[in-house]
Design a protein around this ligand. Structure first.
Ligand code: NOJ
Length: 740
């Protein structure tokens, strides 16, 4: 026994050494290989090209591409998937002089074959286990299809719903976004890189891409350093700390310098201050785009600027392939800069085990079995349910009763399948996407279900409205499925008008006029503006794009088989004019304290300041009571911690989950602080009548911020602590003084 204990202790003590030794072993293998490489072969490792999807083994690749791969001029490919295709391309790479295997990257953003809710939707679950599990399954499926590397998670903070890519991220908040970044990286990469069910993660888009001016994709970003460090960078740092193997830079300029050629971001912050050991891939063509930006004179110059600034791999610009060798000769790029980039990439190939077996991820039997694993659908259902947000529920309209009810299911998206998947679907199991109508029919029990589409995708015509109204008139309750089609959000899908497309609000009004209760289920990849519906609908379920099991998830919520608990990870404005809008409002000397009085106040003369639905908002079929706040000490020295506690009780009739949120405000500081900052959250499940004491620990770190010298730290003084069920639903407040 003692001996066993001793050897366990010894093994534990040796672990870090062994890990170090393993690293050193890889490093020496990389060094040995690099000694044999020509400059051209090194440059090849930095060149990434896209394959042709869905063309059968290698058939879409032209002779030139194939020749490049055979001669070691390509280090990585994207958009090659499936065991057959990846093997075919890998076989070409292995014909090269040094037999260096290719890395296969792919945008596996929210599932591979089993489609999970879009990332913004998943983020509404505030459920780190569920989010990690979703990424885990995506990795399992993608890796079984020969993929080594996903271009996810997108960890860009986004506060402008005009930007279509809010759909791909975790919303507006740095604290929540950081937690989600960690969960996704852990999910994709599993226990360790090199396991055949793990894929490398990519934290993207470095950096500040989500702050594109006016929400126009690819647009410039102009931002203070404080905002950058406090709001936009933390999720990247969290992803890095969680072990993210790679970073992707971004299309935008940041304060005038393209991110791809930005050595402050990539060299000083990422590889310097943060000591990132993985590699940076450019975004698609972003090296070349530095010419259009007016930052590089030509492609050769762009190549020089990208690599010198710390961008390692070139996705689809052909900049390094065509020019880097020459720049090495002329001395514009130092050999050691090239070597560093190559070393980072080769290291990952060794770490993945590709030099031991370049085909180790490609196993046709595993691919077949894993993609058909029914347990993945169960997780997709679980995550989808957790992502649904009950925005409104007038007079307990929901849940629907199954007893002798006649339910009219109406709307352009009621029987949609493709739209439930959302954007970025690689190999979705489309035939098995459960539509909302199908889900309701399957779960309706004794209730009768009728259906009218009313109008097609985009709802451009009103011809079907009369039939829809007649169907509604025959029913006891209407479920109306409206929203954006899947292709209205995502990359290059910025909108100036984020109201419901076509005549959908009109359709709602026509149905509401029947006098029947109308429950609206809304699909979208972003916060939409839908004021009439918000005012008049009896209930609203925001379903995002909920994935393969979306219809079942929606039905479970509508019938109360699942009590919704999702909370908004992003603010819903009342109008585009309020954008950008975040709960973390900066201070103003002229705050509006009474919405009716905005004279010489920081308000609008034609709108209130408050959002339509606040960050953190989401209802339940039960009610929660918050009481008995205590803070273990009213004062705290910088080295101390205090505990904030309160009682949470389920005061309603249904079992339910509340996401309790902790916010704080630093009352006086050397830099004026936001009115509220999220600093903690927990998901608490309670049976009716059950009560639990909930605690949060507060330490100096939690009270810290970047001062005007960009130094991270907490300043002595008063803090307001707030606890509640949403950023605009604070139930308890307390105070804390940080001592010197
Ligand atoms: C461009 C997108 O910005 C990026 O997110 C994606 O990973 C690449 N294309 C590759 O598809």
């Amino acid at each position: 026994m003692t001996m066993m204990k001793t050897s366990l202790a010894l093994a534990a003590a040796l672990l870090p050494l062994l890990a170090g030794a393993q690293d050193a072993q890889i490093e020496s293998k990389v060094a040995a290989l690099m000694r044999r490489m020509t400059v051209a072969e090194k440059v090849g490792q930095l060149h990434q090209i896209s394959g042709s999807l869905n063309t059968g083994p290698a058939s879409g690749e032209d002779a030139r591409t194939q020749a490049d791969i055979r001669s070691g001029k390509v280090g990585s490919m994207l958009n090659v998937k499936g065991v057959a295709d990846t093997c075919a391309m890998q076989a070409l790479a292995l014909q090269s002089r040094l037999h260096i295997p290719l890395l296969f990257g792919q945008d596996v953003i929210h599932g591979y074959h089993t489609v999970f809710p879009v990332p913004l939707g998943e983020s509404a679950s505030w459920d780190m286990e569920a989010i990690e599990q979703s990424a885990r399954i995506a990795a399992r499926e993608a890796s079984a299809a020969g993929i080594h590397w996903t271009f996810a998670p997108m960890v860009d903070i986004a506060r402008d719903p005009r930007w279509g890519r809010v759909m791909e991220g975790a919303g507006e908040d740095a604290f929540l976004g950081s937690a989600i970044a960690r969960a996704r990286v852990h999910g994709f990469q599993g226990k360790r890189l090199g396991a055949t069910d793990a894929v490398m993660a990519t934290a993207k888009h470095f950096a500040a891409y989500g702050a594109a001016i006016a929400g126009r994709d690819y647009n410039a970003v102009d931002m203070s350093q404080q905002q950058l460090f406090e709001v936009y960078l933390p999720p990247f740092k969290a992803a890095l700390d969680a072990g993210a193997a790679t970073f992707m830079n971004s299309f935008n300029t940041l304060n005038g310098v393209p991110a791809t050629g930005n050595s402050f971001l990539q060299r000083d912050v990422l590889k310097g201050r943060w000591n990132f050991k993985g590699f940076v891939v450019s975004d698609w063509g972003s090296v070349r785009e530095m010419v259009a930006h007016g930052y590089a004179a030509d492609l050769a110059d762009a190549s020089v600027k990208a690599i010198n600034a710390g961008s390692d791999m070139d996705m689809e610009s052909y900049a390094h392939l065509n020019h880097l060798e020459q720049s090495i000769k002329s001395g514009k790029v130092k050999m050691k800069t090239l070597d560093d980039a190559v070393r980072r990439i080769l290291y990952k190939k060794f770490e993945l085990g590709l030099f031991d077996d370049p085909y180790r991820f490609a196993d046709a039997a595993r691919e077949k079995a894993v993609l058909a694993d029914p347990s993945h659908r169960a997780v997709a259902l679980d995550v989808a349910q957790k992502s649904l947000v009950l925005l409104k529920n007038q007079g307990g309209t929901l849940p629907l009763s199954r007893d002798a009810q006649r339910i009219a299911v109406i709307g352009p998206l009621a029987d949609a399948q493709r739209d439930l998947e959302g954007g970025w679907v690689v190999e979705g199991d489309r035939a098995r996407v459960v539509s909302i109508l199908e889900g309701i029919r399957d779960h309706a029990g004794k209730a009768q279900v009728s259906y009218a589409q009313a109008c097609g995708a985009g709802c451009t015509g009103t011809e079907g409205f009369a039939e829809a109204v007649a169907t509604a008139a025959m029913a006891d309750v209407v479920v109306l499925a409206v929203g954006e089609t899947w292709d209205l959000s995502g990359e290059a899908k910025s909108r100036t008008d984020i109201t419901l497309p076509g005549h959908q609000e009109q359709l709602f009004a026509a149905l509401k006029a029947t006098g029947k209760p109308v429950v609206v289920v809304m699909l979208a990849g972003r916060p939409l503006v839908f004021n009439t519906i918000a005012d008049q609908a009896d209930a609203i379920v925001y379903a995002w794009f909920p994935g393969s099991e979306g219809g079942n998830a929606v039905a479970n919520v509508l019938f109360g088989d699942y009590n919704p608990s999702g909370k908004l990870p992003i603010t819903f404005p009342r109008s585009v004019g309020q954008i950008p809008l975040s709960y973390a409002q900066p201070s103003t000397g002229r705050p509006v304290t009474d919405e009716k009085d905005v004279v010489y106040k920081s308000g609008y003369i034609d709108s209130v300041n408050s959002p339509r639905y606040a960050f953190g908002h989401g209802l339940s079929y039960t009610t929660f009571k918050y009481s008995g706040l205590t803070i273990s000490s009213a004062e705290m020295s910088p080295s101390q911690k205090v505990t904030l506690s309160f009682d949470l009780a389920n005061t309603g009739k249904a079992e339910g989950t509340e996401i309790v949120q902790l916010y704080l405000r630093d009352m006086v500081a050397s830099v004026a602080r936001p009115m509220k900052e999220l600093k903690g959250f927990q998901k608490i499940h309670l049976r009716p009548g059950e009560q639990r004491r909930v605690s949060f620990t507060i330490d100096r770190e939690l009270l810290s911020f970047f001062n005007s010298q960009l130094v991270w730290g907490a300043e002595a003084g008063d803090f307001k602590l707030m606890v509640g069920g949403a950023s605009d639903d604070i139930r308890l407040e307390g105070a804390l003084k940080l001592l010197r």
